[in-house]
Write a protein that binds this ligand. Structure first.
Ligand SMILES: [Zn+2]
Length: 275
């Protein structure tokens, strides 16, 4: 008898998943598109969320083998204003709402993305049903998911929040540590079954991003069922992210994988990620 795992591995439709529309981070990688920068599509508990739609999000969602239909989105969420996280936000609002002809959905963003440094154009704001400002300690209900923004990140002067996605009822939770400098309170804030970390640097730099050593500290402290590293800068890309992930896995004693452009990750971890 084949084990359940292997039979699930063959299925084509992964209904609860994260699709990585880009795994590049920081300016050079994004400017040269060494890796794509379209953010993440999360299908969780019947709710479709788009996180951090950077440049190329729409193109990546429409040119993949199994096209993604933006009109199925329930919400678009920005962790912060930087272009590698927000470049396609206006495009995706228009795509979500059928060119603005069928207003729907929700937009979540830090206040500065809407006010002092508005990356969301005013005319597309009428296309969405609701716009919410993210704040530290916030909890927001989207469909059958609660999104929490437990702590403000230390990311230069950009107002930045990561997110914890918790389905109502049973099912795996997803914690997303967006761009930030390391600080110890991150570990308590981001408990989740699946932990996604934006790891820009290979080695420590006095700059506002996590490096591999920071990721190791967080994975050890949080002990998720699976950690996924993504949002790579050039130093991580040169070091081969899958080798970095393997080293993290053996050091942390927790399963760690490196995201690939186009990868689909089954939230229930019953099938291997597919690109
Ligand atoms: Zn940033």
């Amino acid at each position: 008898m084949p084990r359940k795992v292997s039979s699930r591995r063959d299925r084509k439709d992964v209904s609860e998943c994260i699709i990585f529309l880009g795994t590049g981070g920081a300016r050079i990688v994004v400017a040269k598109q060494v890796r794509a920068s379209g953010g993440m599509w999360v299908a969780i508990n019947g709710t479709n969320l788009l996180l951090d739609p950077g440049p190329g999000c729409l193109v990546k969602s429409r040119t993949r083998k199994e096209k993604l239909d933006a009109t199925k989105l329930d919400a678009i969420l920005l962790s912060h204003k930087h272009l590698d996280h927000s470049g396609d936000v206006n495009t995706m609002i228009e795509a979500m709402t059928d060119g603005g002809f069928r207003p729907k959905g929700m937009l979540f963003a830090p206040a500065e993305c809407l006010e002092s440094d508005p990356v969301v154009l005013r005319y597309v704001r009428d296309y969405v049903d609701e716009i919410h400002e993210l704040r530290e300690g916030g909890h927001y209900t989207i469909g059958r998911v609660t999104v929490s923004t437990p702590i403000r990140h230390q990311h230069g002067n950009a107002e930045t929040y990561g997110m914890v996605l918790t389905p109502s009822g049973q099912g795996p939770s997803v914690a997303y540590i967006a761009d930030t400098r390391y600080f110890p309170e991150l570990a308590d804030a981001y408990r989740g079954d699946i932990l996604i970390l934006n790891v820009v640097f290979l080695t420590k730099r006095d700059y506002d991003h996590l490096c591999v050593e920071d990721a190791l500290k967080l994975i050890r402290a949080i002990q998720p069922k699976l950690a996924v590293i993504t949002h790579f800068g050039m130093t991580v890309i040169r070091a081969k992210p899958w080798e970095v992930a393997a080293e993290l896995e053996s050091a942390a004693g927790t399963r760690v994988i490196a995201a690939r452009d186009g990868m689909t990750l089954d939230l229930h971890l019953e099938s291997e990620p597919t690109a």
